[in-house]
Design a protein around this ligand. Structure first.
Ligand SMILES: N[C@@H](CCC(=O)N[C@@H](CS)C(=O)NCC(=O)O)C(=O)O
Length: 323
């Protein structure tokens, strides 16, 4: 991936996020405003005002879509879904099955949205993007913050009364999201995009040490933070769902598969089988997105047929009590 980025409003190809040691280090995102329930930030949580740009392939965007579904915000926040394959000009809108064109700004490429928000934009053109139709700018393009806004700030507009950031668990949730971010969520990319043996081995070792650790945690409790589903679970789910189909082979994260971990695997099934999560999962977009966009690691763009993963298999997580 990382075919290009914007520099001073100009699309520039052939740029990479690898440092000298061959390690992948993602750049920080730059649009960091917040929608709030009271509107004091200048962005009030209102029905019909915001639009979410996502890719179904992308695990970061996936978090925001899951939250939107879990909160029942479908009629409050509208959504566009880019074409699964990222080309020379980055994410593109199309009529592909599962994609939803940009009927808000009528853009052909996602970079047009960034330019509309800031004609001199410098940075990556990434999903997810939360767009404000009223002020015509990007409010935020950091998945963790968008997910939190949907959960907390849009709560009064939500049709499902579920709280994934309950007061008594907030510190633990934040610490857990932090704990899985670098070694696991980014870790798979650090392994896949490494350009030296040492950088790859370090990333893979850390990744599996962390998966082993969460496997132990999930042998004792239903969810990452105890007996309630929280934002932290959404963050892990997006990585686990892609793991055996993409990260294991494409990114060489192949010490173990998720199906080889009894607890992580059943946890993944437990989450996946909830209707609000299931509708957000599109393995076709995911597989084509990774195997066909990242030509530097898969030059012939062949998408593997397998593995055959049965996500509808019965899970054993009810042993911990109700969902
Ligand atoms: N920090 C961002 C990262 C988002 C991100 O890296 N998205 C990827 C897709 S998985 C992307 O759009 N990449 C395009 C690019 O870097 O050119 C977030 O969590 O929201």
């Amino acid at each position: 991936m990382m075919t290009g980025m914007m520099i001073e409003g100009k699309w520039t190809i052939g740029w990479s996020e690898r440092d000298q040691s061959g390690e992948f280090n993602p750049m920080p995102t730059t649009f960091r405003n917040r929608v709030t329930a009271d509107g004091k930030s200048g962005f009030k949580a209102e029905a019909g005002r915001y639009h979410l740009y996502i890719s179904l392939a992308c695990p970061w965007a996936h978090r925001t879509l899951i939250m939107l579904q879990l909160k029942g915000l479908n009629d409050v926040i509208s959504v566009s879904i880019v074409d699964p394959i990222m080309g020379d000009r980055g994410w593109m809108f199309s009529q592909a099955p599962g994609a939803i064109p940009d009927w808000v700004n009528h853009a052909q490429y996602l970079q047009e949205i960034y330019l509309k928000a800031d004609p001199k934009y410098t940075g990556r053109v990434t999903v997810p993007v939360l767009w404000d139709k009223q002020t015509q700018i990007i409010v935020n393009n950091e998945s963790r913050e968008i997910m939190r806004m949907f959960d907390v700030e849009f709560a009064a507009l939500a049709t499902q009364q579920v709280d994934l950031y309950p007061r008594d668990l907030q510190q633990q949730i934040d610490e857990t999201i932090d704990a899985i971010y670098l070694p696991v969520n980014v870790g798979v990319y650090r392994a896949g995009f490494a350009t030296t043996q040492a950088a790859y081995e370090e990333a893979v070792t850390q990744l599996f040490e962390n998966l082993d650790r969460w496997e132990t945690v999930l042998s004792k409790q239903r969810y990452l933070c105890g007996d309630r589903l929280t934002e932290a679970d959404i963050c892990l789910f997006a990585t686990l769902y892609r793991f055996d189909s993409v990260y294991y082979s494409h990114f060489k994260c192949n010490l173990r598969r998720i199906v080889d971990y009894p607890n992580l695997w059943n946890y993944l099934l437990d989450l996946y089988q909830r209707p609000q999560l299931k509708v957000t999962c599109n393995l076709d977009h995911i597989k084509r997105g990774y195997y066909m966009s990242m030509t530097e690691i898969n030059p012939n763009r062949i998408v593997p047929k397998g593995p055959l993963v049965d996500f509808d298999r019965q899970h054993n997580r009810n042993r911990f009590g109700k969902a």
